[in-house]
Design a protein around this ligand. Structure first.
Ligand code: ADP
Ligand code: MG
Length: 484
């Protein structure tokens, strides 16, 4: 490592080219700076010396007609060439940062490019942002009002803001540029996207969920979908304000949670299931031990005693996978009071249902479906995916006795998310699971493009009301539309 490099590192990797001194300066390094072990070890001494050098260099250097993009591409290419097989770009590492510094300096030197100080800093900043960050996506990621980012190839970028999807004037330089950014997202997670595996799920460092599909599967260019992680999760009050449901509805849900109903939150993609699960699980009493199981940690429980588990996809060699099902099975050995499964979508349904039927009351999760009844049949299918070869009738009975309540949410045409049904499972009649809606959304009209309506009680008292009463909770009958 050259002395200058050592200074750069000693002085800390500052973005924007704190390490701006070039590779070998004209006068030759070392001499004026003293040998190793000199005061350079201290950051301030090093910085002073670098500053001196810089000033000297700037007296003779003039940058002209240099293309930042060009330098960036060269640095980028070199960086990728430098990576050994199986090595990934860990964008968090300081080491990568100093490697970029080194390469930046090397490229400038090799190309005989001389730059003025502030120009150099500007280029350096751009390159670091581009290499360590996510390029054109950065401003969209930084904007907290944006909840979703979606690309259709390099030139069409859509965002969702307040439930409305719009095209934004953000472009990638090329399809290849977009691909590089996708690589940068997935590589640190030990995942890969290429022709042989053209689809991948990943996660940004801030917890945002990412899905990418590349050509030839995505016909019009790479489709990148980022569901941004909201740092401040939505609260019950937010959902009430948004018109997702009423105070009374949440009061009922709260009573159900406290009294240990097993609850499935269902709905389509992006209907707000996870958000609602987060809110619903906030009703779990603080003294209970909660184990959460997710594909990508999205839940943000406030309770103190929470064990968070996250599944893991297989690595590049196809090994080391930990499934949601593995985690559910394991969670049951962890003495949980509650098991909260982010999304039930496979064989784990069997273990969860069995747990619910054997005393792990008060467990909850989300499932993708189109209606409460559809939720039940999907759960049956998922139980079958466990491969136990159980008779359908037995599965249905297990599901019907395990689940107490289905809360179904929809993303409406106007972009708002609403709880449209709260359905209680009653039992079986012959081969059919009997259910009754306790609350139902009723649309009364439109206000411009906005849907107007209200979720109302159906007038039926829940069959399990005794569970609620036993938990010491008194709900006025009017909540259920009784006696009005
Ligand atoms: N009740 C709601 N009102 C408004 N926006 C919501 C609501 N619930 C969720 N969202 C937003 O919708 C998006 C999708 O929510 P999420 O809970 O992840 O959906 P799902 O789990 O059903 O795919 C997020 O950006 C979230 O902030
Ligand atoms: Mg979700």
């Amino acid at each position: 490592m050259s002395l200058l490099k050592r200074i750069e590192r000693g002085g800390g990797a500052q973005p924007g080219g704190g390490a701006g001194a070039g590779a070998t300066p004209p006068g030759g390094p070392g001499q004026p700076l003293g040998g190793p072990g000199s005061p350079l070890g201290s950051a301030s001494g090093g910085e002073q010396n670098v500053e001196l050098l810089r000033q000297r260099r700037e007296a003779v250097n003039i940058g002209r007609g240099v293309d930042a993009k060009d330098i960036k591409e060269k640095v980028q290419r070199r960086l990728l060439e430098d990576l050994g097989p199986g090595e990934t770009l860990d964008t968090r590492s300081e080491e990568l940062r100093s490697r970029i510094d080194e390469l930046f300096n090397a490229v400038l030197q090799e190309e005989g490019i001389v730059l003025a100080r502030n120009e150099r800093r500007r280029f350096h900043e751009q390159i670091v942002a581009e290499l360590l960050g996510l390029g054109p996506l950065e401003p969209l990621l930084a904007d907290e009002t944006i909840t979703e980012i979606m690309t259709v190839g390099a030139n069409k970028v859509y965002i969702e803001r307040k439930g409305i999807v719009e095209l934004v004037p953000v472009h990638f330089e090329s399809e290849e540029h977009l691909r590089r950014i996708i690589d940068r997202i997935v590589a640190p997670l030990g995942r890969r996207i290429d022709e042989s595996s053209p689809m991948v799920d990943a996660r940004l460092q801030d917890g945002s969920r990412v899905n990418a599909v590349i050509p030839p599967i995505a016909i019009d260019g790479a489709a990148l979908t980022i569901r941004k992680f909201s740092k401040v999760p939505l609260t019950v009050q937010n959902l009430i304000d948004f018109g997702t449901a009423t105070v009374e509805v949440f009061e009922f849900i709260r009573a159900c949670v406290i009294s240990g109903f097993n609850i499935v939150i269902s709905g389509g993609t992006g209907s707000g299931k996870t958000t609602l699960l987060n809110v619903v699980s906030s009703f779990i009493p603080g003294h209970e031990r909660i184990v959460t199981i997710e594909n990508a940690a999205e839940l943000q429980l406030r309770q103190e005693h929470v064990v968070r588990l996250e599944s893991r996809p297989p690595n590049i060699e196809g090994k080391g996978e930990i499934t949601i099902r593995d985690l559910v099975i394991n969670a049951l050995r962890m003495r949980p009071d509650r098991v909260v499964v982010g999304e039930v979508r496979g064989g784990e349904a069997l273990d969860l249902i069995q747990a619910m039927n054997t005393g792990h009351d008060g467990s909850m999760g989300t499932a993708h479906s189109n209606s409460p009844r559809d939720t039940l049949s999907r759960l049956e299918t998922m139980v079958m995916m466990a491969g136990m070869d159980l008779p359908v009738r037995a599965i249905r009975e297990q599901v019907a006795s395990a689940i107490h309540l289905i809360i179904h949410q929809t993303r409406m045409r106007d972009g708002s998310r609403k709880i449209v049904k709260i359905t209680e499972i009653q039992g079986m009649e012959g081969d059919v699971v009997t259910m009754s809606d306790i609350f139902e959304f009723e649309q009364t009209g439109m206000d411009g493009t906005r849907i107007v309506g209200r979720i109302r009680p159906t007038g039926l008292r829940p069959k399990n009301i005794d569970k609620i009463i036993d938990a010491g909770i008194q709900l006025p009958p009017s909540i259920f539309g009784i006696g009005r």
